[in-house]
Each structure stands twice: as structure tokens, then as C-alpha cells.
Design a protein around this ligand. Structure first.
Ligand code: PLP
Length: 441
């Protein structure tokens, strides 16, 4: 067993932390890195876990009275404790009248910078805006090509399109569902300016290899980390890292928000300008960039972000715990070759839990689970190069991405959110075993 002497609160610690807890080894709360994001993790570790039981402490939810097991119940993505914390700070912000610009923005940016180990953070009005701003600031111009995967949320490609650049889709690694480094080089032309890997479902792409390719060809890297906050080493290789804080993400506000993190001073300054009308930093109404957006985060949302950040490491630990239970308890199905499970790696924060249906039909499994009252979902049902749009029919008819396309037909996502009752998860696991045994074998 690995004994942690220092707990960062990020993904690589979760397995050793769980082992220690299970073996009754006391994890000293002062061994946890001092950070806002770890506040509730510390509170958890200070409890008598051995006596009370880890599951009792982490998952004390009211019994789900309804029969149905929802995929992502929006009213359960925020806890009553969080609401109480937010109500207090809301009162202060409302009284101050400072709803857009205000003091909570630099505080939230500083907390994020410390958490990510980055020099600069620019908090924005959404992850989508953060992508657009960072691409422009990294020097992507209209007509330039950006290499990205085709299996992300539409925001990734839309950010490229919105700034007039050209998305070029490269295939994925079939084990991680993230951009495959070996596929990137095939698509590099003299118009390529930037690589835009997506850390899909909370798992990081192979950034070491991607960064080697970028260096070799003189390309920029903007990382779409919208699903991956809390993953150890996140953003270590890119020029800029983009995050989203919409309420469905691992760290959410109560509305829309996002951020860009970077160590590059010039890039940071440009992002600040582009995120607010092109104005020179620190000057009112004086433009330095040709243009800019109205895309800073609201003071109100920054204040909420700070409150919710206290829960981040603990929430991510809960996600890990649920993911591990899925993996352990569905393992026999993988051994039989009916499904493929994601790997429990050090760089995963389990934004979503994907399984791959190898034997049998994915849609059939989803349908039969639904008959048992279990909701599942597919992320994302239509690939970027297969939408029914004018753009796709004009420019992407020839695009073929075998691994991406195969995965898109086989992937099914099971419910996973920090507040998921364990009884619900047990029903999902039983349901998957039952349907596969009775219909797929
Ligand atoms: C959510 C998400 C975005 C967009 O973030 P918003 O804050 O919703 O604009 C971009 N990329 C990925 C991969 C996402 O999951």
C-alpha cells in the first residue's frame, strides 16, 4: 500500500487515499495541501471514518422514493450545504450592487491559479467563450487550421468556427477516447496553427506525446479541459488550458462561466484584452486589440464559484469512488468480452462514466435499461463531421475517422454524479448484468 505523506486533493491521490482509509490508516488532515478546493475533503478526513464507515459519511442521502434512476438529476447536483454557503455570499454581493465587475473575480482567479499551479487565470462568461478567446489570443486567425477530435461537445468545434478558423478532425485513441497523438501528424498542413485536444469525460489526452508533436511543428496547444478540473497535472503541456464552470461540470457555478489558465504572460494579457472589448488591461475604454468580447465572468458567479470550490476535491473523490465501484462490479462482463470498461488511471476525474458495448447492440441495452427504470445517455450522439448541416455536407463529406466512429456506435454512459445514492448505483449495476445475461449472451 502506498502511504501518502502529502495529499494534493487531485486525481492521482484518490486510489492511495481510499486504500489508506480501507486499511484503517489515519490520514492526517494537515497532510492535505492547504487550498480552498480541499476544504471539505479535510472536513471529511477529520471524521471518524473507521468507526462510522466511509460510505455512510460520503453518501448519506435520502432514499430515492421514485423508482426511476435518473441519468443526471439537476436538482441533485447542488447540495443543501452548498446552497446555504451561497445564500450568505449572495446577500453580500446583492447589497454591494456589483454584479458584473467586482472583487470576487480576482479572488476566484487567484484561487484557480493556485489550484492549477498556473501563473495567470482569466475567468470568463463560459467555457465556449474561453475557447474562442484563447484561440484568438494564441494567434489563430481566420482560415487557419486547428486539429481537434470529432467526439467532443459542439462547443469545441464551434469555438474554432466562430473565429473563422477551420476545424480539422483527427482520430482518437480507442482506449481513452481522446485525440490520438499518432493521428495528429497526418493532418498537419502549412495552414495548421494549433492543436486542440479535449480531455474527454475527465480523462487527459496523452499530452506528453501531443506536446512533442506541437514542438516539432511549431504549433500552439490549447487544451479543452472543460470536463477535467481536478485531474493531476492538468494543463502542464498546453500554451493555454480552458475550463468550464457550467452547473453540469465537476466544478459548477449557478449559471455560466469558464476560465483560461496559462503561464505565458503575453498570452494572458491578450486573453484579458479579448475577453473585455479589446481594452488595454487596467485602462478604461482604451482599446489595444482590434476588437474584443463582453466575456468576463460576473462578480456574482465568481463569488458562487469560490463557495462551490470548497467542495471540489471531495466531490471528485466521490466521483472516483463511484467509478471504481462500477469498474469493480462490472469487471466480469469485461472479462467475458461483452463490454469494455474505462481504466482507473491517475489522471481521471470521472466527469462521465462510459462503457463500450462490444457484443450486442448499444441502443438495445439502453432501451432495456430504461424499461427497468434506469436512464443512460450517449455523449455525444452525433460526431462533429456527421451533423446534418451545410458546412458538413460541403466540407466534411470525405472525413472518415474509424476509431471515433466505432466508439460512437458502442459507447453508453451510465449515471454518475457526486450525490448519487449507492442504492441507485447498485440497481444500475444489477440492471446491466441482468440485461446482458438475458439478452446479449
Ligand atoms: C462544457 C464543455 C464546453 C463548453 O463549456 P460552456 O461553459 O458550457 O460554454 C467545451 N468543451 C467541452 C469538452 C465541454 O464539456
Amino acid at each position: 500500500m502506498q502511504i501518502l505523506t502529502k495529499v494534493s486533493g487531485k486525481s492521482k491521490d484518490y486510489l492511495p487515499l481510499l486504500d489508506m482509509i480501507n486499511q484503517g490508516v489515519q490520514v492526517k488532515s494537515d497532510s492535505v495541501e492547504k487550498h480552498l478546493a480541499n476544504e471539505k475533503l479535510v472536513t471529511f478526513l477529520e471524521q471518524d471514518i473507521e468507526h462510522t464507515g466511509l460510505e455512510k459519511i460520503l453518501f448519506h442521502y435520502k432514499q430515492n422514493k421514485e423508482k426511476k434512476i435518473p441519468f443526471l438529476p439537476v436538482d441533485k447536483l447542488i447540495s443543501e450545504d452548498e446552497i446555504d454557503d451561497i445564500m450568505q455570499v449572495l446577500k453580500e454581493v446583492l447589497n454591494s450592487g456589483r454584479f458584473t465587475s467586482g472583487p470576487y473575480i480576482p479572488r476566484f482567479e487567484k484561487a484557480l491559479a493556485e489550484y492549477l499551479g498556473k501563473k495567470y487565470v482569466i475567468a470568463t462568461s463560459s467555457g465556449t467563450d474561453a475557447l474562442m478567446i484563447s484561440l484568438i489570443s494564441a494567434g489563430v486567425h481566420p482560415g487557419d487550421e486547428v486539429i481537434l477530435p470529432a467526439n467532443s461537445f459542439a462547443a469545441t468545434e464551434n469555438a474554432v468556427l466562430a473565429i473563422g478558423a477551420v476545424p480539422v478532425y483527427a482520430d482518437i485513441d480507442p482506449d481513452t477516447y481522446c485525440l490520438a497523438p499518432s493521428e495528429i501528424e497526418k493532418h498537419i498542413t502549412d495552414k495548421t496553427v494549433c492543436i486542440l485536444p479535449v480531455h474527454l469525460y475527465g480523462k487527459q489526452a496523452d499530452m506528453e506525446a501531443i506536446s512533442a508533436i506541437a514542438k516539432q511543428h511549431g504549433l500552439k496547444i490549447i487544451e479543452d479541459g472543460c470536463q477535467a478540473i481536478g485531474s493531476s497535472g492538468l494543463g502542464a503541456f498546453g500554451d493555454g488550458l480552458v475550463l468550464s464552470f457550467n452547473p453540469y461540470k465537476n466544478l459548477g457555478v449557478c449559471g455560466k462561466a469558464g476560465a483560461i489558465a496559462t503561464n505565458d504572460e503575453a498570452l494572458a494579457e491578450k486573453c484579458m484584452e479579448i475577453s473585455y472589448h479589446g481594452f488595454e488591461v487596467g485602462k478604461k475604454n482604451v482599446k489595444r486589440s482590434d476588437y474584443g468580447f463582453n466575456s468576463k465572468i460576473d462578480n456574482l458567479q465568481a463569488a458562487i464559484g469560490l463557495e462551490r470550490m470548497k467542495y471540489l476535491s471531495l466531490q471528485n473523490f466521490k466521483r472516483f469512488y463511484l467509478a471504481k465501484r462500477y469498474i469493480d462490479q462490472l469487471q466480469t462482463l469485461e472479462d467475458e468480452g461483452t463490454i469494455k470498461l474505462p481504466k482507473l488511471t491517475d489522471d481521471h476525474v470521472w466527469h462521465l462514466f462510459p462503457i463500450r458495448v462490444i457484443k450486442g447492440d448499444r441502443d438495445e441495452l439502453a432501451e432495456q435499461l430504461l424499461e427497468l427504470g434506469i436512464e443512460t445517455d450517449v455523449y455525444y450522439p452525433i460526431l462533429s463531421h456527421q451533423h446534418q448541416t451545410n458546412l458538413v455536407s460541403q466540407k466534411y463529406k470525405q472525413t472518415t475517422l474509424p476509431h471515433t466512429e466505432k466508439a460512437a456506435q458502442q459507447l453508453l454512459h451510465l449515471p454518475l454524479y457526486p450525490g448519487m445514492p449507492l442504492q441507485d448505483q447498485e440497481k444500475v449495476i444489477e440492471g446491466v448484468h441482468h440485461v446482458i445475461k438475458s439478452s446479449f449472451q
